[in-house]
Design a protein around this ligand. Structure first.
Ligand code: HEC
Ligand code: HEC
Length: 284
């Protein structure tokens, strides 16, 4: 006699469960994985390069050295969970401050090209997801020397970031700007420097022309405003260029354009990114 009641109770419980799951949005570790290994491409700098691309046996273990004529000698650190040579001994709050404020637990500033100024705009939810995912990264011991900068670095990139609200994904242009800025730092590589060594976001956003030196030789970032080649690409061609590194004419892009990471982006995110790129004012 209590069977129908139990069934009804079970059905009600299952309904509550599915409603809660939908409301709880995404699993933070899955979201962090999607960000770190997708649009944010942390491995583009933090995973050392092997002969055939990133050396996944040294995933996020650092060690890449960049000899930049202007910056100085930069060594990319180990961000695996190794307690001695990585960030395994840092608290969640310390990792959050490192990523969003650009400050280590000892108060020292994390220098460029770590995109700290843009990372100030990462939402609280995404920051927590990134940290949840970083905790799952296997510890690899790799001691990396300190960088020696030839330029003076500021004491901080600004006042401590208190809180950043989530950018609603149904606001397509706002979300596209969030993907291109705080998450993907597309704008950093694709905007030329102004006098003073900062990207000229005001006057030349997206105009390209920055040079990158590495084992590939020298690559120059493309103009992604309507004054550049992308004006002639369909949206589908532009999405394919971003995710495969192949232009509509069949030519291939060199590093450090992070198409290997962008290949993981969802179609909805690519739509938002492309919609935002199409709003850039033309810059020669
Ligand atoms: C464009 C290259 C680049 C990208 C992309 C990048 N980083 Fe970094 N990161 C660096 C460099 C370079 C440093 C060290 C700068 C210095 O020596 O002061 C650094 C430092 C750090 C540190 C401080 C570690 C330490 O021991 O000092 C953390 C934590 C970190 N990055 C996490 C991340 C995460 C998480 C991502 C992706 C969300 C990321 N980085 C993306 C280049 C990058
Ligand atoms: C670390 C620097 C870097 C980042 C980050 C970066 N790019 Fe690039 N991008 C480049 C470089 C360099 C090239 C040119 C490569 C070449 O010519 O071989 C390029 C090329 C391109 C092109 C090809 C246009 C053409 O036909 O010449 C597009 C489109 C593009 N990037 C869009 C993006 C978008 C969108 C993002 C963010 C999701 C992004 N890039 C992030 C460096 C970067």
């Amino acid at each position: 006699m209590d069977t129908p009641f139990r069934l009804a109770a079970a059905a009600a419980a299952a309904m509550i469960l599915s409603v809660t799951c939908a409301a709880a949005a995404e699993d933070p570790v899955a979201r962090g994985d999607y960000l770190v290994n997708g649009i944010m491409g942390c491995g583009n700098c933090h995973t050392p390069q092997g002969p055939g691309g990133p050396d996944m046996t040294r995933f996020l273990a650092g060690g890449m050295a960049m000899d930049e004529p202007v910056l100085g000698k930069v060594h990319v650190p180990n961000i695996t969970q190794d307690r001695d040579t990585g960030i395994g001994a840092w608290s969640d709050a310390e990792i959050a401050t490192a990523i969003r404020d650009g400050l280590r637990p000892d108060g020292s500033l994390i220098g460029p090209p770590m995109p700290s100024p843009l990372y100030r705009g990462i939402s609280d939810t995404d920051l927590a997801a990134i940290i949840a995912y970083l905790r799952t990264v296997p510890a690899l011991a790799n001691a990396v020397p300190k960088s020696s900068y030839a330029i003076p670095l500021p004491p901080a990139y600004g006042p401590p970031v208190e809180t950043v609200a989530e950018v609603p994904r149904d606001d397509v242009l706002a979300y596209g700007a969030y993907l291109a800025g705080p998450l993907g730092h597309c704008v950093e590589c694709h905007t030329p420097m102004a006098a003073g060594g900062h990207p000229d976001f005001q006057g030349r956003l997206g105009a390209g022309g920055r040079e990158f030196h590495g084992p590939w030789g020298t690559s120059v970032s493309s103009n992604i405003t309507p004054a550049g080649p992308v004006a002639d690409y369909s949206d589908a061609e532009l999405k394919a260029a971003i995710t495969t590194g192949m232009r509509p004419d069949g030519s291939r892009m060199m590093p450090p354009m992070g198409y290997g990471y962008y290949a993981r982006m969802t179609n909805a995110d690519l739509d938002a990114l492309v919609a935002w790129i199409r709003t850039l004012p033309a810059r020669e």
